[in-house]
Design a protein around this ligand. Structure first.
Ligand SMILES: C[S@@+](CC[C@H](N)C(=O)[O-])C[C@H]1O[C@@H](n2cnc3c(N)ncnc32)[C@H](O)[C@@H]1O
Length: 704
């Protein structure tokens, strides 16, 4: 019989994918049988079904052999027998299904993928395990994984379910992938979705029970909340099936029902109660979700001494889902490093990240240049920080991008948790502090109210107060130090008159010792940049500048000013020895509380220098008075406020592509300052650099 051209075509298509004929043949035969010789279904999308089936059969083969190897020797004989039986079955199918041209019958597509996924759940788990993700399945569990869909072992089970994780074999371009918040993952974790079918809750649950509490642990004397929750529940209270409950299966051994209790906001993680009445056990049915929650809340209030009578178990569970999602998907929000541990920088040995020069004259980041975009943050931020020059051929300055401050050498920055007292954190809070009707202890330190709105912008009254202080410090409260560390460092130890430090309002964000979760609305600055920013060459002679690629609302957090943490002495020594005086990336002084200090230790008078190590804020140019960004001190880790974060928020709505500016607070008349002021080209009607004549400004602009 002449070979069927459709068969040859299928072999060819698979060969193109690197799959040999001998692998394709048995699977194709099986498929033809299952699809009742409906070739069209097999040929669709360049034989995707066929390729999938081959890969799946490879997977289950691999899993089967792993499972066989792991089995005890006693089982070996039985396993071998099973293998022979399987081979015989396969042969019978092959004989039955001859590959030849036969009339095709239109048939409903069989959900092969679903069948396969049920057949080899162990493969998925092994995959997950090998990915190195946080959600590892312990080795011992892999050994014991059932070969078919896991049956519920218990009458009652609490399961947290989530999307299936698998490794992506392809390197993922940081530009293209959904950022994992700035983290370079060696083996990126991707959500594994069926190619043509939406993920249902049920599929997710079946494929990866990420965590479950089994009945054994309910009775082993464990005193965790979950366990007692079940133990202490009044057994006389029966639960009837309600609308919220899904009947999951009518298994031979009993009826299984599932009640979803809570989920993360976008539904990736769920907490559900599963209930199965075994043979011989009384039928368990749910009364209502509300009554379960209410009973549990009473138990929590009475037995666990929860203090807040408005406490909601549902919110707690929701937070648990969010927390689970956080820990499972976000590795970048690890607690800030103790910056003391960062070794001092070695400028003689600084690797130039912009060494390669591209055709268009730009120097490229040598670590990765996906497509033709340069991400100056090298994937360390949760958004891309691109760079463009449409004005001239100048290259970006050489510096190291760091997303968080790092101590240079002498600065004393102590992040120890023990220094954070109960007044400095909200340890009894949970969930999102912003949803509470009363301000948490952290908010009490921000003038008694939460600084942020639910949208993550700063509240208007707080923002306006900060703008006022920044624009006109003399009109606000200014403190003068007796021994100004700034003047002392500037004048090489000789005391100069303090020029005054304006008393600025702080925002206190929740942090590690707080009870709230990482997504609490009172954590904005510590979560990093969220808007897409771009470094661009300004047309007005100011060099590089920064802009956003999207409209920004008023009060939006743009970025933090990040740099090396230096003592004032270190800064002035550095400046005096530098050959780059005129191209200095203006430092900022962390002087918000200096006026309050009676005695100052040298290592406590700090500033941030972004000249060599810094983040995107080092590109923000100066504008006198009416800049569209304002700097606000934010306390995160350090209660003593010698060290704090300097966050930049928009003072008004800012349109996409509008240059972002801040007021450096330069005194253009101070000729004694070792950091020489530039000729200001800010263009503000309130420009303080009055000595720069209009003619000189125009000339500078024309030259650029
Ligand atoms: C922090 S850097 C800002 C980024 C800088 N434009 C660059 O190209 O890297 C500060 C330097 O930018 C320039 N600059 C900033 N604001 C300016 C302004 N209003 N007028 C003129 N030059 C300005 C000065 O050279 C200043 O020393």
């Amino acid at each position: 019989m002449p070979p069927n051209p459709r068969v040859l075509q299928a072999f060819r298509a698979m060969r193109d994918l690197g799959i040999p004929e001998e692998k394709t043949k048995p699977v194709l035969k099986k498929l033809l049988k299952v699809y009742d010789k409906n070739w069209e279904l097999i040929e669709q999308e360049n034989y995707r079904v066929l390729a999938d089936a081959i890969f799946d059969s490879d997977e289950s083969e691999a899993c089967y052999s792993v499972a066989q190897q792991m089995k005890k020797p006693d089982d070996a004989e039985a396993a071998e027998k099973k293998k022979v039986e399987q081979a015989e079955r396969m042969k019978a199918i092959e004989e039955e299904t001859q590959i030849q041209e036969e009339p095709e019958k239109p048939l409903k597509r069989v959900r092969l993928r679903h069948q396969d996924s049920q057949a080899s759940p162990s493969c998925i788990n092994q995959d997950t395990n090998s990915s190195g993700s946080l959600l590892k399945v312990p080795k011992s569990e892999v050994n014991e994984l059932p070969e078919s869909q896991p049956e519920l072992q218990s009458p009652a089970e609490i399961a947290i379910t989530g999307p299936v994780l698998s490794t992506n074999p392809q390197p993922v371009s940081p530009m293209k992938r959904g950022r994992n918040n700035g983290k370079h993952a060696d083996s990126p974790i991707m959500l594994r979705k069926p190619k043509d079918e939406p993920l249902t809750d049920e599929q997710l649950r079946v494929e990866v029970p990420l965590a479950s509490i089994m009945p054994e642990s309910l009775t082993n004397g464990d005193t965790s909340t979950e366990n007692n929750m079940v133990k202490e529940h009044d057994p006389t209270k029966t639960m009837n099936l309600s609308n919220h409950i899904q009947e999951t299966s009518n298994e031979t051994n009993g009826l299984s029902a599932k009640l979803d209790i809570a989920s993360s906001s976008s539904g990736e993680i769920k907490i559900s109660l599963r209930c199965k009445s075994d043979k011989g056990n009384p039928k368990i049915s749910f009364e209502s979700e509300d009554s379960v929650l209410k009973t549990m809340e009473d138990i929590c209030l009475k037995s666990y001494k929860f203090l807040d009578t408005n406490f909601s178990l549902k919110n707690l569970m929701k937070d648990m889902c969010e927390c689970f999602l956080d820990l499972g998907s976000d590795h970048s929000r690890e607690p800030p490093v103790n910056t003391d541990a960062i070794p001092p920088t070695d400028y003689l040995n600084t690797e130039n990240d912009f060494e390669k020069t591209t055709e268009n004259g730009f120097q490229e980041n040598t670590h990765f240049i996906p497509d033709d975009i340069i991400d100056i943050a090298k994937g360390q931020e949760s958004v891309i920080i691109s760079l463009v020059n449409e004005v001239n051929t100048e290259c970006p300055p050489s510096f190291h991008y760091i997303p968080r401050n790092a101590v240079f050498q002498d600065a004393y920055v102590n992040f120890s948790l023990v220094r954070i007292t109960n007044e400095n954190c909200c340890s009894t809070c949970f969930g999102n502090c912003l949803t509470s009707s009363t301000p948490c202890p952290c908010a009490l330190q921000t003038g008694g109210e939460f600084a942020y709105t639910n949208e993550g912008t700063i509240k208007e009254d707080i923002l306006d107060g900060c703008i006022k202080t920044n624009r006109d410090p003399q009109k606000c409260h200014v403190s003068y130090c007796e021994e100004c560390p700034l003047e002392k460092s500037k004048n090489e130890g000789v005391l100069g008159t303090c020029k005054g430090h304006s008393d600025r309002s702080f925002i206190k964000e929740c942090w590690l010792k707080c009870g709230c979760n990482k997504k609490c609305g009172n954590r904005v600055v510590q979560c990093g940049i969220r808007y897409e920013l771009q470094v661009f060459m300004t047309p007005g002679g100011k060099g590089w500048g920064l802009r956003a690629l999207e409209d920004l609302p008023k009060g939006a957090f743009v970025c933090e000013f990040v740099g090396e943490v230096l003592t004032c002495n270190e800064l002035y020594n550095r400046v005096s020895q530098s050959s780059r005086k005129d191209e200095y990336a203006y430092p900022v002084f962390l002087d918000a509380e200096w006026g309050e200090e009676v005695e100052f230790k040298e290592d406590e008078a700090l500033c941030l220098d972004a000249t060599y190590y810094g983040n995107v804020a080092r590109f923000i140019n100066h504008r006198c008075f009416d800049a569209n960004l304002v700097e606000i001190p934010v306390e995160v880790e350090n209660p003593d406020r010698h060290y704090y974060h300097l966050a930049l928020f928009t003072t008004r709505e800012v349109k996409a592509l509008e240059e972002l500016t801040r007021d450096y607070g330069i005194d253009f008349d101070d000729n004694d300052d070792p950091i020489k002021a530039f000729e200001c080209l800010c263009g503000s009607p309130f420009c303080r650099n009055i000595k720069v004549s209009r003619g000189s400004r125009k000339r500078k602009c024309a030259e650029s």
